[in-house]
Design a protein around this ligand. Structure first.
Ligand code: GLY
Length: 349
């Protein structure tokens, strides 16, 4: 089935949902795709939003929403593009490793219609942690599996154990290790242009269907060179993402420790519950982050030395994003998928 299969073509499909499910190739779908109601009965403007690395994710998620796919299936299939992309060194395969050169992945998701949640932390050798989080959500009474247990759970569903280091991520780690100290036994190596790396990176994606059903997912390789076992905000329900089918969904990227302390995904949805618009809700959460930031992470002007971004979406399809410093996000607003500017609290000197 072509990516751009239209709603009308879907409705004409004699085979209906099951055939579409197979054709969409969704492993373990939350439900088979089903025909959309007539547009006059839509409860929401269908929308998909994501972090700036999620332009392909929002296009994929939106296309799937319009093919009648489930909201969580849509966002997970969206972020999997990034997880499987060796050129994104912040997520999944090719993500930058921990201090010992091991890639440990975190992810979580929530499904509004069923009020369920799933998460994995410090997962090794599996390329798509978002899918594993979805399987925990769908098939278990648990919410959060970590480490070896999370891997064994994934293997039981047929996932393949794979080396997640790419040539780029291994070289970046070897250089980091060599340059750690001028007095250790590794000779320092000069910086090189082709090895520009970002310390944090993540993808969050949130979507609402025409029926007003919401989901959210966040997936990451976490802080590069982290202490083995470190888990960031991404797999923490209420921090890396949160979704309430009566209100909206929100997620975050950036320095996870700063988000965990304010439960930023949850807080942003709560701000929207009290009537704030998505962008204002994100800004309000960021003000709390600044208030909770310890002195060592503030510059002499009292501004954070890190960035953090929140993305938010309401049940009706209003959306926005805000960051500490100017940043970008991706959104498909029903017309087109494009990169937009976030609102922000501070400018850089
Ligand atoms: N926000 C991703 C992390 O800190 O791990």
């Amino acid at each position: 089935m072509p990516e751009s299969w239209s709603r009308r073509e879907f409705l004409r499909s004699a085979a209906g949902g099951m055939a579409a499910s197979a054709a969409l190739g969704i492993p373990h779908p939350m439900r088979p795709p089903r025909p959309l109601p007539p547009e006059s009965r839509w409860a929401a403007k269908p929308v998909a939003i994501a972090s700036a690395n999620g332009l392909r994710a929002v296009q994929k998620a939106f296309d799937m929403l319009m093919q009648g796919a489930d909201t969580l299936d849509s966002v997970v299939e969206g972020v999997k593009i990034q997880e499987l992309d060796p050129n994104d060194d912040s997520v999944g395969y090719g993500g930058l490793p921990n201090a010992e050169g091991v890639v440990q992945l975190d992810a979580s998701c929530m499904h509004g219609p069923t009020k369920r949640a799933g998460a994995v932390g410090a997962l090794e050798n599996i390329k798509t942690p978002s899918e594993v989080a979805k399987l925990i959500l769908k098939y278990t009474t648990h919410i959060f599996l970590v480490g070896e247990g999370a891997k064994r759970f994934a293997l039981s569903f047929g996932f393949k154990e794979e080396d997640l280091l790419t040539e780029h991520s291994r070289e970046a780690w070897l250089r980091w290790r060599a340059n750690l100290s001028p007095t250790d036994n590794y000779l320092d190596v000069p910086d090189s242009d082709h090895l520009v790396v970002t310390k944090t990176g993540t993808i969050n994606c949130d979507a609402v269907t025409p029926q007003g059903d919401l989901s959210s997912v966040t997936t990451t390789s976490g802080l590069s060179w982290k202490i083995p076992g470190r888990v960031g905000d991404s797999p923490i329900i209420g921090a890396g993402q949160y979704c309430d089918n009566d209100v909206g969904a929100a997620g975050s990227t950036g320095l996870g420790e700063a988000n965990i302390k304010v439960c930023g995904g949850f807080l942003t949805v709560e701000h929207m519950r009290r009537g704030m618009k998505p962008t204002d809700a994100c800004l309000e959460t960021l003000k709390r982050v600044v208030a909770e930031t310890e002195a060592r992470l503030l510059d002499p002007q009292g501004k954070p030395k890190f960035d953090l971004v929140f993305y938010a979406l309401t049940k009706r399809g209003e959306f926005g994003a805000a960051s500490l410093y100017p940043n970008r996000f991706a959104a498909h607003d029903g017309t087109e998928a494009k990169i937009r500017d976030t609102a922000y609290l501070f400018t850089r000197a």
